[in-house]
Write a protein that binds this ligand. Structure first.
Ligand SMILES: Cc1cc2nc3c(=O)[nH]c(=O)nc-3n(C[C@H](O)[C@H](O)[C@H](O)COP(=O)(O)OP(=O)(O)OC[C@H]3O[C@@H](n4cnc5c(N)ncnc54)[C@H](O)[C@@H]3O)c2cc1C
Length: 420
């Protein structure tokens, strides 16, 4: 009986988690003389990947650099990110049928613009190389046994020489984000650092954002702590009924992790193309040109109408039913000042469901950055978001998932070869 079990369920490598890092590891290890089983908790692999980049999958960034990563020791990521850099990952995807295109700020997307294509081709590449992908197969325990591991899952018990834990983090809880990876690693003696939702929408005093709900501006944002700038970004800002969203906002949100939000404000520049003096002059020209129009149209064309109306209402003590020509110089200065310094006190962030990535995770001090193998449990590896490494917005997190997953797979292949 035991002999039959071992034959049917014995694998060189079991990968726990069929997300970005797990699938990249499976494609890399399968077909190289290594039998691979991927055990995925959800009913399909790559569920979070499908939602990446609003369904377009911003899967890498040409500006990848260790400076774009965070955690207790971001330097840990350097080796993997260098060995499997952006160019190398683009080549990897090209080989499995996904050509890439570069968009602004070095962001890399699949040419098809479809995250679903990325998931399909990763899955097909893994299966065609011989990997077995099992879904509805949540892993509940990993026990070192006979030089390998006994892996208990919803789909049965497996024996594997090597295990890669690629369970991701807590972010995106509706897409499968969970704590399982941390629990499995903690059960094997690993330390898990404090976690917090990162790259997440921010709650502010809702009064003004609510009035502009759904409006987008291309502005810049500064995150200030007690008046001091701690992060800034430029790009899309989206007003919501709780505060702010948009790529530029997400970028600075990382710096709120692990801090008391009430110390922070978001200072927006709604018209970064002008400095305040030039903007004042522009408003004077508009007063002259548009003097006969009612005030609610005064800023339309410079910024979305609803945003313009909210700014004017807040900056001026006049009704918007009056005429633009009646604005005083002081009114114009007040409007220009508010457009350049639109300050919102932070009250918090949204939670795990809305976060794109987890700050914190399995302590990297317990892993060898050159192989991704545990220093505590030989033969056990980890890759992706489950580790205490998180990247900026813009493709950096998927880049980390591919690089660390592929490094773990190549280390497994090397170790198996040496042992045989
Ligand atoms: C909405 C959204 C959009 C995003 N967009 C981008 C983007 O455009 N660019 C970018 O770089 N990053 C993006 N990210 C972040 C990126 O998707 C993640 O950082 C990346 O997927 C992490 O890869 P991973 O393999 O470590 O984890 P995941 O991709 O989360 O995969 C982990 C897998 O493990 C499975 N699992 C968990 N527990 C178990 C268990 N006990 N047994 C078996 N399986 C288990 C999960 O079901 C999951 O499928 C986005 C995230 C979200 C939530």
């Amino acid at each position: 009986m035991e002999k039959t079990f071992r034959k049917q369920n014995q694998w060189d490598l079991a990968i726990v988690g069929g997300g970005a890092a797990g699938l990249a590891a499976a494609v890399s290890a399968a077909g190289a003389g290594c039998s691979v089983v991927v055990l995925e908790k959800q009913s399909r692999v790559g569920k979070k990947l499908l939602a990446a980049g609003n369904g377009r999958c911003n899967f890498s960034n040409t500006r990848t650099d260790v400076g774009r990563y965070h955690g207790n020791d971001p330097e840990f990521a350097r080796f993997a990110l260098t060995k499997f850099d952006c160019e190398e990952n683009i080549r990897f995807f090209e080989e499995i049928g996904i050509p890439a295109v570069e968009e602004e700020e070095g962001r890399i997307y699949p040419l098809s613009g479809q995250a679903a294509a990325v998931v399909d081709m990763l899955r097909l590449a893994a299966e065609s190389r011989g990997a077995k992908l099992l879904t509805d197969a949540a892993v509940s325990s990993i026990i070192p046994q006979n030089g390998g591991f006994s892996v208990r899952s919803e789909a049965g018990r497996f024996y594997a020489e090597k295990v890669i834990i690629a369970c991701g983090g807590k972010a995106g809880s509706e897409l499968g984000g969970c704590e399982d990876g941390y629990k499995l690693l903690a059960g094997l003696g690993h330390k898990i650092t404090a976690t917090a939702p990162a790259l997440v929408k921010v709650k502010t005093d809702p009064r003004l954002p609510r009035a502009m709900k759904g409006q987008r501006v291309r502005g810049s944002v500064r995150l200030r702590r007690k008046g001091e700038t701690v992060a800034e970004s430029r790009g899309e800002l989206l007003f919501t009924d709780y505060g702010l969203s948009g790529i530029a906002l997400m970028e600075v949100s990382r710096y709120l992790c692990f801090h008391d939000p009430s110390d922070y404000t978001l200072d927006l520049d709604l018209l970064p193309a002008f400095d305040e003096e030039d903007l004042n002059e522009e408003l004077k020209r508009r007063r002259h040109r548009l003097g006969g129009l009612i005030l609610e149209h005064f800023l339309t064309g410079l910024i979305p109408k609803k945003v313009g109306m909210t700014v004017l209402k807040e900056a001026l003590a006049v009704k918007l039913s009056g005429k633009c020509g009646r604005l005083s110089d002081a009114d114009l200065s007040a409007a220009a000042h508010l457009l350049k310094n639109f300050s919102l006190p932070v009250t918090g962030t949204l939670s795990w469901r809305d976060a794109q990535v987890t700050a914190g995770g399995a302590d990297t001090a317990d892993f060898d950055e050159k192989t991704m193998m545990s220093r505590l449990v030989p033969g056990l590896y980890a890759a992706g978001e489950v580790l205490d490494i998180d990247g900026d917005c813009g493709g950096f997190n998927l880049q980390w998932a591919w690089s660390s997953g592929r490094l773990a797979a190549s280390s497994v292949l090397k170790a198996l070869e040496e042992e045989r």
